[in-house]
Design a protein around this ligand. Structure first.
Ligand SMILES: [Zn+2]
Length: 365
């Protein structure tokens, strides 16, 4: 399945001649993410064709990519692609069970980059003395102090604009890149960031001399205009038309496929047709755009600090403070998410109390 295709460090733009994967994988999110039109995604799944069809014994990466290029030029693109990918990946790529990232085993650059990424995903990034020193000047607000977690640890929640610059801006760039890799999501566009605030959970680790802080949770909160309501399970009919439309449209981007195609379905009731968002979790939305002020395009908690309520805490603070003097209530449909899968889905259900909505981040400019 294409869903298995992992991005690796060797596909990063900084490296012009990736040893293991074609560069086009970098910018193509895996299927089931609704970030891109279908055409883009198909291009993405084609990329394994550029992989060398050499036996596992092949080692020199340069000759590999040459072989790949020529084969891509002469062979039809579809067909054996998936298999090529896997037969090759076995000897050269390793997928880390801790951070889920794939990287080229034995390639020093890849190994080093993975090690750094893996540590960030598990334990968070440091919020050091230099960041703290610039906090006031950068307009970093402390919104909650001395938050006590169920495991006894303490932390605080800070908020700032994404355009802070300086040490904090540099740290934010690393954090957002870590989140991008961890969620396999595209980078947040400048247009989205311009309408966003960053909320961080800083965990305190009392040391011998000084207390150190780690960024263990991050919520990006974005001003939006509309979002779609999630259908409740009772509204999902098990009719055959529903099933087939699900298969054909899961990969379509949400807003563009609104209304027409689905509502034409003859088997559907007078109720407006539902749009599938994530077939794996049976998530559907009502296509009608509803006025919604707050969107959450990214939500991240480092893996060693999950199940401590950090995400909920961050989201609650964001909902309360995003619009000055106007606390928002997710149960009333005032908060929407772009990523209803994975870790985001659990939050959708618990924190949102059934009221959160779904939106497409680039459509709400
Ligand atoms: Zn890892």
């Amino acid at each position: 399945m294409p869903a298995e295709i992992k991005r690796t460090y060797s596909t990063r733009a900084a490296k012009p001649a990736p040893p293991s994967s074609p560069p086009s994988e970098l910018t193509s999110p895996p299927p089931l993410k609704r970030k891109r039109p279908l055409a883009d995604r198909l291009t993405g799944t084609n990329t394994p064709s550029k992989k060398p069809r050499r036996a596992p014994g092949a080692t020199a990466s340069k000759s590999k990519s040459k072989a790949g290029d020529s084969s891509a030029a002469t062979k039809p693109k579809q067909g054996k692609l998936t298999q090529l990918h896997f037969s090759l990946d076995t000897p050269t790529l390793r997928t880390c069970p801790l951070c889920d990232l794939s990287y080229t085993r034995g390639a020093p650059d890849d190994e080093a980059l993975h090690k750094a990424h893996c540590a960030r995903v598990q334990r968070g990034l440091e919020w050091g003395r230099e960041e703290q020193r610039e906090a006031e000047k950068a307009g970093v607000e402390e919104l909650e102090s001395s938050v006590k977690l169920p495991n006894g640890a303490r932390g605080r929640i800070v908020c700032f604009r994404p355009d802070v610059g300086g040490k904090i801006g540099a740290k934010l760039a690393i954090l957002l890149d870590t989140i991008r890799l961890a969620l396999s999501s595209p980078p947040l566009s400048p247009a989205v960031l311009q309408r966003s605030k960053i909320y961080l959970f800083l965990l305190s680790t009392p040391g011998a001399s000084t207390t150190r802080e780690k960024i263990v949770g991050c919520v990006v909160a974005q001003r939006i205009s509309t979002a779609m309501a999630i259908a409740n399970p009772a509204e999902l009919s098990p009719s055959s038309s529903q099933t087939s439309s699900q298969e054909s449209t899961t990969t379509a981007s949400l807003p563009s496929s609104q209304s027409e195609p689905l509502s034409a379905s003859p088997a559907s009731s007078p109720a407006p047709a539902l749009l599938p968002v994530d077939s794996a979790s049976n998530l559907y939305v009502h296509p009608a755009p509803l006025s919604t002020p707050l969107g959450i395009p990214r939500l991240f908690v480092s893996s060693a600090h999950r199940r401590l309520g950090i995400a909920s805490r961050l989201l609650s603070v964001a909902a309360q403070t995003f619009i000055l003097g106007c606390p928002l209530d997710p149960a009333k449909g005032e908060v929407a998410f772009t990523q209803p899968t994975g870790a985001g889905k659990a939050v959708l259900e618990t924190w949102g109390r059934g009221g959160v909505r779904i939106y497409e981040e680039e459509q709400n400019m």
